[in-house]
Design a protein around this ligand. Structure first.
Ligand code: FPP
Length: 238
């Protein structure tokens, strides 16, 4: 049972384990990514169902460019097919689509598609879906620092809030919960600044097997936690 008043506003997901899922079955890695993209569709719908306002999916990290070229090329093809298929669905469901990361490194056709999707969904009022593409947290912070310096801001005026506005996630809330699948317990350069106070949920399940029920289990686990943001618990006596 989920408590409607404690639904996290922003959930980030590190969708890990597609490759291993396929290898375990003697299938090509790309089949794992294909199954992973189907899972992403199911989890997006599940997130909307419970009223999550912002969902960030780590779809392609900046480090992923170092994978063998055939895997990168096929992943890009899959990403294009996925986005083309989902575009109408996003419009119907009122999803606002955004991206974070060095998207200018993506193939031209995907960049054009993303630009169109971001523009056409900008006026929607439903859940904001953020795809982290060619994304790395440290890279995002360095880019933000460069923008900050070139803005000529007085160093005394730099605050956490003003810095925030130079990040790719400007205007978005910080993630309350970050989920990582596949048994790895690392942040892997995902939302480094924004995740300062995030709760973490690690699932052993490989991403293509991560069901809606398990997603809800992660939300339930989150709801049982007490978030203090470095302060003392409310019940504590002074
Ligand atoms: C991690 O598995 C997954 C990826 C690198 C790609 C994820 C991409 C999708 C699911 C496509 C869907 C796209 C969107 C925008 C929702 P891995 O290959 O690192 O697995 P491994 O650790 O087992 O090798």
């Amino acid at each position: 049972m989920l408590l409607s008043e404690k639904i996290p506003a922003h959930v980030g997901i590190i969708m890990d384990g597609n490759g291993r899922w396929a290898e375990l079955r003697g299938l090509p890695r790309i089949e794992g990514h294909r199954r992973g993209s189907e899972r992403a569709r199911e989890i997006i719908a599940a997130a909307m169902e419970v009223g999550i306002k912002t969902l960030t999916l780590y779809a392609f990290s900046i480090e992923n460019w170092q994978r063998p070229k055939p895997e990168v090329t096929t992943l890009m093809k899959l990403l294009e097919i996925y986005l083309r298929n989902e575009f109408n669905e996003f419009m119907e469901k009122g999803i606002v689509f955004r991206t974070i990361g060095e998207t200018w490194r993506l193939p031209d056709n995907i960049q054009a598609l993303i630009t169109e999707m971001e523009a056409r969904t900008a006026g929607n009022t439903g859940m904001t879906l953020i795809a982290a593409l060619s994304y790395g947290g440290r890279n995002e912070i360095i880019r933000a620092v460069k923008k900050l310096v070139s803005s000529g801001i007085d160093p005394d005026k730099i605050t956490e809030d003003s810095f925030d506005s130079f990040l790719d996630t400007a205007g978005l809330p910080s993630p309350d919960l970050i989920i990582r699948t596949s048994g790895e317990r690392r942040i892997s350069n995902f939302l480094l600044w924004q995740g300062a106070y995030s709760e973490f949920y690690f699932a052993d399940t490989l991403w293509p097997d991560f069901t809606k029920d398990e997603f809800y289990e992660a939300l339930h686990d989150y709801q049982m936690r007490e978030r203090r943001f470095g302060a003392v618990p409310l019940r504590a006596k002074p």
